[in-house]
Ligand binder design. Structure first.
Ligand code: NAG
Ligand code: NAG
Ligand code: NAG
Length: 351
């Protein structure tokens, strides 16, 4: 374990040295698809209640400004962009920054409250994954206009694509929607999501993606909102929700391995965020955290999105001591731990 850690430490050092030496990122561009785990502000421009473009969101981000990220600071994918050597983040595709040369380092198509299940996005009027793909097609046409067809081809084939979805399908849809949980078992619902996931990866591949990283579900049963709402006075992670997440993650893994075999030239990597987040939640002190049950914003028990706002009473002073920023989303400090963990599994995407 010790030698693995020091290997990873020297590997990330190597990455930094390489990218600093060349003064340019290790890959030409970074694209993001999915839900609030990676949304960097698209929902600011969408008529939905699932937003995070007001304080205290973003209070630890650069300029201390809310951006639409569901966090006090950076998302794990922001750290990943930095680790890849980018000096700015791929712009949220629906923002006004997403224009001209800014588009040449990639774009972020993610939308909080969307998922593999198309009706999750419909329920919250957010951008479905299918629509995110449509936006990516439009992006490609724009870049042909900006930099020409040959440059577009090298951007899209050399880029890293990050996909992070599924949490909203369970937390904001399946578990609270009798039209789903009375009709499908969690296992059946997982199968539906996985089918849609496979189709999404195939479509992304057809559009030119060759290096794709996909995050697993987090330990859903350890999210503060899940424990508060479904925990029946217990303070423990909900075993049932965690079991659902593990079962989904196993299917995700198996399906990804068969996709990688089917689609020649594709590198498809699973980024496990379940285990590192579970470790933080169950052993916070060992990892330098003080609180893992309650989130920083408000009471820390239920507040997310519009319920986590400048008037929320009780918001903590120092979010770095908390694993969760709001009742569903990790703090910047926890995101940093997750991103460091992804570095090791991401090696094959870079070289
Ligand atoms: C596109 O590629 C050509 C060379 O093939 C290069 O000269 C040009 O600067 C590129 N355009 C942009 C906007 O990067
Ligand atoms: C996926 O499955 C493979 C083999 O079955 C295993 O080695 C790997 O650790 C799994 N990955 C994750 C992230 O669970
Ligand atoms: C916030 O907490 C972190 C982690 O415990 C600590 O390193 C940092 O110094 C704290 N910051 C302030 C301003 O107290």
């Amino acid at each position: 374990m010790g030698s693995l850690c020091s290997f990873l430490a020297s590997f990330s050092l190597l990455i930094m040295v390489l990218s600093l030496a060349h003064g340019q990122p290790l890959v030409p561009a970074l694209f993001l698809f999915g839900d609030s785990v990676v949304d960097a502000g698209n929902n600011n421009n969408v008529k939905t209640i699932i937003k995070a473009n007001f304080p205290p969101y973003g209070r630890d981000f650069s300029n201390h400004k809310p951006t639409g990220r569901f966090c006090n600071g950076k998302l794990a994918s922001d750290f990943t962009a930095e680790n890849l050597g980018f000096t700015s983040y791929p712009p949220a595709y629906l923002s006004k920054e997403a224009a001209g040369k800014n588009l040449l380092i990639g774009a972020n198509f993610a939308s909080a409250g969307s998922g593999y299940y198309d009706s999750t996005a419909k329920l919250y009027h957010t951008i479905s994954l299918n629509q995110q793909l449509e936006n990516y097609k439009e992006y490609q046409n724009k870049v042909v206009g900006i930099a020409g067809k040959a440059n577009l081809t090298s951007i899209i084939s050399g880029a890293v694509y990050l996909v992070s979805a599924g949490s909203s399908d369970f937390v904001q849809n399946y578990y609270i929607n009798p039209l789903l949980y009375k009709v499908y078992t969690a296992n059946q619902f997982s199968d539906i999501l996985i089918q849609s996931y496979a189709k999404f990866i195939q479509n992304l591949y057809v559009l030119g993606a060759r290096k794709i990283g996909v995050t697993t579900l987090p330990p859903l049963g350890c999210l503060p909102a899940a424990i508060t709402i479904f925990g029946a006075d217990s303070n423990e992670c909900l075993a049932k929700f965690n079991k659902d997440a593990v079962s989904f993650n196993n299917k995700l893994n198996a399906t990804s391995q068969s996709l990688q075999k089917q689609l020649s030239g594709l590198t498809l990597v699973i980024f496990d965020i379940y285990q590192p987040l579970y470790n933080l939640v169950t052993k916070p002190a060992e990892n330098g955290f003080f609180e893992a049950r309650k989130a920083c914003c408000g009471t820390g028990l239920v507040e997310t999105s519009i319920l986590c706002n400048a008037e929320s009473i009780g918001t903590c002073a120092n979010a770095s001591e908390y694993v969760f920023w709001d009742s569903v989303h990790p703090s910047e400090a926890a995101n940093k731990v997750l991103a460091d963990d992804l570095l090791s599994s991401g090696i094959s995407l870079i070289f």
